[in-house]
Design a protein around this ligand. Structure first.
Ligand SMILES: Cc1cc2nc3c(=O)[nH]c(=O)nc-3n(C[C@H](O)[C@H](O)[C@H](O)COP(=O)(O)OP(=O)(O)OC[C@H]3O[C@@H](n4cnc5c(N)ncnc54)[C@H](O)[C@@H]3O)c2cc1C
Length: 469
């Protein structure tokens, strides 16, 4: 009998998992509450590719063109980059439309509680009971937790980076050109965006630990995303909720690059708090549940990689779930595959963030910069690798919708292994190169493998880059 899979949360991660499971032939239900706050985010071409690959056709069809992104970091100006500015409430709505168009049942509701069933289900497992805010209850055999940072996680082992809070506020002004800017500050950084309609979005990211105060009149009631956000905000050395708008205005008035975003514009409503502390769940998969996207790991918004990272875990999750359901004997392998990838991605982006924070040298004695320019560790982002360091190992990979064990090439820079390069299983190539006769050239060795010229050229380049001659 087909297991009932329910996805909690309909953001990019929940949506991508549901579409992937549907493609694998599973009936799947998604329960999602519309995003309760408005937010603008910047995405790169990599995210667009991820969204396309996941099957978000309506989201792709409605994306705006890239607009200019200015940055002022370490006192240096850079306007070479661009990003697409997306309205998250609109994108999340289009995600729901894409899910429905794919034949997926979407229930727009708030999940208030999830607990284990007391009795065994028809399949002989203990499933879950999902209670909605209106009191209705539903059952699930397999649960995908995709409620973003709002997903309860305190019961799981977690790694937390420096405690961080982002304050964001909308401003409305006359019609304008679309653009964004990021600026470093002595105690954090600011991100600003404006779009044609005259809507402006001002975001201030600050350290929580260094702003601790005993003031209980804080703005926690305006803070969303999660219990964490509320806890963090309550320790902010920030003014009370009624003065927070003035505080944000004053902060932005001191940033010269903010002038063009504030010109002839006025704030709308009160600032909104979002926790942006990097968080990694060290257990993201169990017997009949799996966490994806921000619910599995959430990164510092500085990297601008949040949606990319959410999609990365979500695109691999369907094969993991398929394996857990169809090949329970491979459970350990599937768990290893998923957890290693989630953790690997988290640390990769944490180190990218660290190196970016370390480029800011003006305020290195301020706790905000001190904590971030050395977290999570001192490991370099990339290590140079020599051919002699390559190892051929059997590791889990995704093969035809399930997790399988295959020989891959492991390097200090790619600890999870490279299975294919240029469409060729790489382990066989490395073995052949190692086993070649002393007088056989690399070219002749590759020619002996049945691969075409383009593949040979790519593999030769790779081997040369590793010092193999
Ligand atoms: C301040 C800040 C700025 C950011 N800027 C960027 C940026 O510029 N670019 C970028 O790529 N990323 C950015 N991010 C990160 C990005 O928002 C997330 O990484 C991404 O949205 C994660 O996708 P997700 O699907 O895992 O979670 P989410 O997008 O958070 O989706 C979770 C969904 O679950 C729903 N939900 C939550 N609780 C419940 C419940 N109880 N019941 C039912 N539904 C529920 C939510 O409404 C939401 O629709 C930023 C994050 C922060 C905090």
């Amino acid at each position: 009998m087909t297991k009932k899979i329910v996805v909690l949360g309909a953001g990019p991660a929940g949506g991508a998992v549901a579409l992937g499971l549907k493609r694998l032939g599973y009936p799947v239900q998604v329960i999602g509450e519309p995003r309760p706050f408005s937010a603008v985010e910047g995405i790169s071409d990599r995210v667009v590719e991820g969204l396309r690959y996941a099957g978000f056709n309506r989201v792709i069809a409605n994306l705006p063109e890239p607009s200019s992104r200015n940055a002022v970091w370490n006192g240096e100006h850079n306007s070479a980059n661009s990003e697409r500015l997306i309205d998250r409430q609109q994108v999340d709505q289009l995600i729901l439309e894409d899910l429905r168009a794919a034949g997926i049942e979407v229930i727009e509701a708030k999940v208030s509680k999830v607990f284990e069933q007391e009795h065994l289900s028809d399949h002989g497992d203990k499933g879950f009971v999902i209670r909605l805010a209106d009191g209705k209850e539903m059952n699930a055999d397999f649960l995908v937790e995709a409620r973003g940072r709002a997903a309860p996680s305190a019961h799981l082992p977690r790694v937390r980076g420096p405690e961080t809070l982002s304050l964001l506020q909308y401003w409305q002004g006359p019609a304008t050109e679309r653009s964004s800017a990021a600026v470093s500050l002595p105690d954090g950084w600011a991100w600003m965006a404006k779009i044609e309609s005259g809507k402006r979005y001002l975001q201030l990211t600050l350290d929580v630990g260094s702003n601790k105060s005993t003031n209980s009149n804080t703005f926690h009631s305006s803070c969303s995303d999660s219990e964490d956000a509320r806890n963090e905000s309550s320790s902010q050395k920030l003014p009370g909720k009624d003065q927070l708008s003035d505080y944000c205005r004053q902060r932005f008035e001191q940033i010269s690059e903010a002038a063009e975003f504030m010109a002839d514009a006025e704030p709308v409503g009160i600032p909104h708090g979002r926790t942006s502390t990097p968080i990694l769940c060290e257990q993201t998969v169990g017997l009949n549940w799996l966490r994806v996207g921000d619910a599995a790991m959430a990164v510092d918004p500085l990297s601008g990689n949040g949606i990319f990272q959410a999609l990365s875990s979500a695109l691999q999750a369907p094969a993991v779930i398929n394996t857990l359901l169809k090949h329970p004997e491979r459970r350990a392998l599937a768990n290893q595959f998923y957890q290693q990838r989630v953790s690997g991605l988290f640390y990769r982006f944490a180190r990218i963030g660290r190196d970016f924070y370390a480029m800011e040298q003006q305020w290195t004695d301020h706790p905000f910069w001190q904590q971030r320019n050395q977290w999570p560790d001192a490991e370099p982002m990339h290590q140079s690798v020599h051919f002699d360091q390559l190892e051929v190992k059997a590791m889990p990979v995704v093969s035809e919708g399930v997790i399988d064990k295959q020989e891959v090439v492991v390097t200090p820079d790619q600890p999870l292994g490279i299975w294919h390069m240029a469409g060729i299983p790489l382990a066989g190539v490395v073995k052949a190169v190692r086993a070649r006769a002393p007088d056989q050239t690399l070219e002749a060795c590759l020619q002996a493998l049945s691969i075409n010229m383009n593949q040979r050229i790519m593999l030769l380049r790779w081997l040369h880059s590793l010092g193999c001659r």
